[in-house]
Write a protein that binds this ligand. Sequence first.
Ligand code: GLP
Length: 240
Amino acid sequence: MQIVVLDSARDIARQVSAILLSQVRAKPDSVLGFATGSSPIETYRLLIEAHRAGEADFSRVTTFNLDEYCSLPQDDPHSYYAFMKTQLFAPAGFDYGRVHFLSGLAEDHEAICRAYRAEIAQCGGIDVQLLGIGRNGHIGFNEPSDRFSDGPFMVELAQSTLDANARFFENGTPPRFALTMGVGDILAAKKILLIATGDSKAKAISAMVHGPVTPQCPASALQNHPDVTVFLDRAAARLL
Ligand code: GLP
């Protein structure tokens, strides 16, 4: 795991967006794995800027998002689909025909999960996967548990995750269930970039980097991947 500690979220976004931009320039039909949450927003802003300046063309990029809440339609403003549409896909000129999402509304979620995994494989796998990390060490929505998940699955969110994400919901209550790529899907990406900022992530980062590889800290599985770069500000790196 390569650890990069920078002064600000802005500096992190500059480096992460530069990696994504050079990936897309080298391979215009790249397959990118995207994450939601606050951590990647500044990176997405810089990708949008590059597109508007005519320096980047995302129209041939295929995307897979990590996770989605159950019971929210895609046009619900709280859905992760809506988040990605506003924060990146629409303003950066992505082709919606190449955007892939787990559908939280599906009745047969097991079939949806199997199909998602098959679609990733059909597209040749994910070239670069962007990640944030939860305060409890979750990646995507893989919550601490007794075993690492392999493929996509439906998960009941931990109370600490519901509390952390309540800020995005006017009624303070996110859906209790979500669909997420499994840890196995994440580890199958060729390259992984993880962003974490702020004091509230310091413990999870320390467990991810120095702790044992355990499903109690799902991010610790990244220790077994050959190409992971972790971008931190000083607060998130405080316990390293
Ligand atoms: C959510 C998402 C994760 C994300 C995490 C951290 O629960 N499902 O993919 O990494 O929160 O979010 P933030 O970047 O807002 O701290």
